[in-house]
Design a protein around this ligand. Structure first.
Ligand SMILES: *[C@@H]1O[C@H](CO)[C@@H](O)[C@H](O)[C@H]1NC(C)=O
Ligand SMILES: *[C@@H]1O[C@H](CO)[C@@H](O)[C@H](O)[C@H]1NC(C)=O
Length: 522
């Protein structure tokens, strides 16, 4: 034991000397779609979509474009309309609504981050946070500085928006639209609120759909155009099979003037995952993406930036819920009932909804799955469950399955439940599940494990497999129920997630304590 500890310490102290000089795609093997990427000083930021998960619009940070960590969420609670749908307290729910194709940028003169996104086809919501003097700190923001507050809503949909602050950042622009690309100019009030002052059509595509617009300025061109078009990326093979072609995203430069394209792959069942490639500028002023030897999108490239600055890389991890705040890797299914959960050397989940439908139950806590193959293990104390309560570890999406406990007056049996389904399109519940297998009864602690293979299978009929298992000692695991085949459909947009839930079918009052979550590659 002592020997192992000292070897670990030795490796750790050496690690700054063996920094990787390679960028490997995908740079994050987790669902982070609709990305918007930008740089402040030596720091890169990345914003992505979360639909009805809350908090929403996670912000990631990197110093080299290859290693990314989660730092905050721009939308701490979904303040959209109708509120009851986002709170999961009405029959109308917000599945596949909420946050998609939004945008995040930093305004240096007021040291403020702004996020904005069109929600539910009608209005554009705006949140902002102070930057902790990021402009003078190479873009770094002290963690305690993040403090997102809502700004007045703009009563217009900036569809697939790209926010842009000009050099003189009193001028704010939003480029947006689908095929008809429009430019909105916003004014910034003394208190930081944004308001539209001008709006103009700047480009119409007659032959192809254009969306996910972003705006960058080189050589002092006018934001109002005129614009001409050139295709940068069109069905470039790789770097993964059955994951579509890299698309959408954005471009970003380094401090020394080199450029990179960050796009994403449709890597279902895992969702949409980001890939990076270098970009060069031709003498004609147009960029080209650098391909690998086979003329494809590289699986690897030289690292964009050599740095000794470290991040807490997204991926395998253990969370013992020790702090006073949930880590930024966690998101609830819809807004939680904050009166029904607590952190107390573990995560206490009190039942928050009386329902027979997991999709209607509040306070299911979710975590992105790391690919290509991983397992998520929740260690849970189930001693304070009440008659009728259902709790467990769920493989969460519109076609879901779980391993959990069904509590009765007398006992709590381990069950594996599949066939929890939403209807594609209306996202109403068509099936609340079928008990596929029943295991022994449990009284105190239980380890519930989901092992998921999210190797991309997009566009195929391959159902990637998921195995559910449990343990009463944390070491020996027993499989329960049939393997579950995941859906590769894109229509729910978000990929599969690991989740933990606790809901009542009879009456509130019960609780579970989640003592840890471990996500490991297998
Ligand atoms: C939704 O939840 C928020 C935050 O808990 C609360 O302030 C608001 O009153 C709720 N609204 C509805 C309609 O449920
Ligand atoms: C990073 O360091 C390696 C090894 O010294 C070097 O080959 C490479 O060019 C450097 N890359 C950048 C972007 O500076």
């Amino acid at each position: 034991m002592f020997l192992r500890t000292s070897i670990t310490a030795l490796l750790l102290s050496q690690s700054p000397l063996i920094l990787s000089q390679t960028l490997t795609n995908p740079v994050i093997w987790q669902d982070h779609p609709d990305l918007d990427v930008f740089r402040i000083g030596h720091t890169y930021y990345y914003s992505s979509s979360t639909f009805a998960y809350s908090p929403g619009a996670p912000v990631l940070r990197s110093f080299d474009l290859a290693n990314w960590e989660a730092v905050t969420h721009s939308v701490p609670h979904l303040n959209f309309s109708p509120a009851a749908a986002y709170n999961l307290t009405s029959n109308s729910r917000a599945y596949v609504k909420g946050i998609w194709a939004s945008t995040l940028r930093y305004r240096p003169s007021s040291d403020t981050f702004y996020w904005l996104g069109c929600v539910d086809g009608g209005k554009t919501y705006i949140w902002s946070s102070p930057g902790g003097n990021a402009r003078s700190n190479g873009g770094e923001v002290p963690p305690e500085t993040w403090n997102w507050t809502p700004r007045p809503v703009i009563d217009k949909c900036y569809y697939d928006a790209g926010l842009f602050f000009d050099e003189d950042d009193s001028q704010v622009y939003v480029v947006y639209g689908n095929t008809q690309i429009r430019m909105a100019q916003l004014s910034v009030a003394a208190n930081g609120d944004l308001r539209e002052v001008r709006n103009q059509l700047v480009y119409t595509s007659s032959d192809m759909t254009l969306e996910g617009a972003r705006m960058y300025k080189r050589n002092g061109d006018s934001p109002w155009g005129p614009y001409t078009r050139r295709v940068l990326v069109d069905r470039i093979q790789g770097p993964l099979t059955s994951a579509g072609y890299a698309h959408q995203g954005g471009v970003v430069d380094t401090e020394d003037g080199r450029w990179f394209y960050v796009g994403f792959l449709d890597a279902y069942p895992g969702g949409r995952i980001p890939v990076v490639a270098p970009m060069t500028w031709g003498g004609d002023g147009w960029p080209t993406v650098v391909r690998d030897g086979g003329n494809g999108w590289g699986r690897t490239y030289p690292i964009p930036v050599n740095t000794t600055r470290k991040v807490n890389v997204l991926g395998p991890r253990v969370d013992e819920f020790k702090g006073v705040k949930l880590g930024p890797e966690w998101e609830w299914n819809h807004n939680p009932d904050d009166g029904k959960w607590a952190l107390n050397n573990g995560l206490v989940l009190r039942t928050a909804t009386v329902t027979g439908d997991l999709f209607a139950a509040r306070n299911t806590l979710t975590h992105r799955i790391v690919g290509p193959k991983s397992r998520g293990t929740f260690r849970i104390d189930v001693g304070a469950m009440r008659d009728g309560d259902r709790a467990g570890a769920v493989l969460f999406r519109d076609k879901a399955a779980y391993i959990g406990l069904h509590k009765t007056v007398d006992s709590a049996s381990i069950v594996m439940v599949d066939n929890l389904n939403l209807v594609e399109g209306s996202w109403t519940t068509s099936s609340t599940g079928r008990v596929a297998a029943t295991g022994p009864t449990v009284t105190g602690e239980i380890w519930l494990r989901i092992q998921a293979d999210i190797t991309p299978a997009f566009g195929t009929s391959i159902g990637r497999q998921v195995i559910f298992s449990y343990s009463t000692d944390g070491r020996t695991f027993t499989n329960l129920g049939p393997a579950f085949a995941m859906s590769n459909s894109w229509r729910y947009f978000t990929g599969y997630r690991y989740g933990v839930f606790n809901f009542a079918t009879k009456a509130l009052g019960g609780e579970i304590k989640v003592k840890s979550f471990a996500m490991e590659l297998v």
